[in-house]
Design a protein around this ligand. Structure first.
Ligand SMILES: C[S@@+](CC[C@H](N)C(=O)[O-])C[C@H]1O[C@@H](n2cnc3c(N)ncnc32)[C@H](O)[C@@H]1O
Length: 237
């Protein structure tokens, strides 16, 4: 396994397990900002029909190649589009599950975007939401010696940067509630993964698997949530 594959397994392990545990067979999944299809193609291999909506033509081309190579092209549809106008690409109430991983950070109005997602989900359908978490970024900035940036992040007055907006767990909960969702589970993602030097994973046999297991063990412990780089919420319409 390459270094990037090892990193990917640590990053996606907890989210993947939480999502697949709740999927009904042959689910209709919409992956908003699904990019090159890392998640979508895996889901298609499990028999689910996945529509990836992403504004990037390059990402969609890579998605098509990946789906083809995996022999699941018939279950994966790529659509060039945007979270803000998702209703024009996906029929109302047609999705069993919507994935919105790493996208809410970059839309101009997160509350409006969540309301739009509500519209494409069927009654009782599930939203898997993964967003950047603010508290961990404060710690990371401070540890790197960027104290003024850490201070700006602390009270949420930081400029919207490369990764976009960051959220606290409470902010995500409020946004979801206002959009009509009921939270079913909350997980802290990458509690330790971004603090561990990559060389350690390369050199120590078995360390990646041990880190994946540690991430799984802390993911649902609220006391570790503020340290997580991302928050993952499963919420029901
Ligand atoms: C940080 S990547 C996340 C990719 C993937 N969802 C994941 O979790 O690994 C963000 C993705 O969202 C797409 N994206 C950016 N702005 C978007 C928008 N307004 N609506 C939908 N997708 C968007 C990008 O093209 C990119 O593929």
């Amino acid at each position: 396994m390459s270094t990037s594959e090892r990193r990917a397994s640590v990053r996606t392990g907890v989210v993947w397990d939480a999502v697949v545990a709740r999927l009904e067979p042959n689910a209709r999944v919409v992956d908003i900002g699904g990019g090159t299809g890392g998640f979508a193609v895996r889901l298609a291999r499990e028999g689910h029909a996945v529509t990836v909506v992403d504004p990037s033509p390059d990402a969609l081309a890579a998605l098509a190649r990946r789906a083809d190579e995996a022999g699941v092209a018939g279950l994966v549809t790529g659509v060039q589009g945007d979270l803000t106008d998702i209703g024009t690409h996906v029929a109302p109430g047609s999705a069993d599950v919507v994935l919105c991983h790493g996208v809410l950070e970059v839309v101009p109005d997160p509350a409006a975007a969540l309301r739009t997602i509500t519209g494409v989900l069927r009654e009782g359908g599930l939203l898997s939401l993964l967003v950047a978490q603010r508290h961990a970024a404060v710690v990371a900035r401070a540890m790197a010696g960027h104290f003024a940036q850490a201070r700006a992040l602390l009270d949420g007055s930081d400029p919207v940067g490369k990764v976009g907006r960051r959220f606290t767990h409470d902010e995500v909960g409020t946004l979801l509630e206002q959009a009509g969702f009921t939270t079913r589970s909350v997980h802290g993602i990458r509690v330790f993964a971004d603090l561990v030097p990559g060389s350690l994973l390369d050199l120590e046999p078995g360390s990646t698997q041990a880190l994946v297991e540690l991430e799984q063990a802390v993911a649902s412990r609220p006391e570790y949530l503020p340290l997580a780089t991302q928050v993952h919420v499963l919420a029901q319409r």
